[in-house]
Design a protein around this ligand. Structure first.
Ligand SMILES: [Zn+2]
Length: 82
């Protein structure tokens, strides 16, 4: 399973920072290099990206109570960084 690939673990670590444009150049190169060759992480990245965009739009239109919590749940173990 790719989920236990150490490269994937590293990539998941970097993903939040990558979406926040919060990585060093070296980390961006690692993240992009991995995303380029890994379907699993690319899907995860797209999901996170869509989720962020959706939350931004929803937040500006007043998100119904509970929805944010539900979305946060979907994010799983990275939810604490939310
Ligand atoms: Zn991966």
């Amino acid at each position: 399973m790719t989920e236990h690939d150490p490269d994937c673990e590293k990539c998941e670590e970097l993903l939040q920072g990558y979406l926040d444009r919060d990585l060093t150049l070296e980390e961006v190169v690692i993240a992009e290099g991995h995303l380029d060759g890994c379907d699993y992480c690319r899907r995860r990245y797209r999901f996170e990206e869509r989720l962020r965009r959706y939350i931004r739009v929803s937040a500006s239109e007043r998100m119904p109570a509970g929805l944010l919590a539900k979305l946060t749940e979907l994010r799983g173990p990275t939810a604490d960084k939310f």
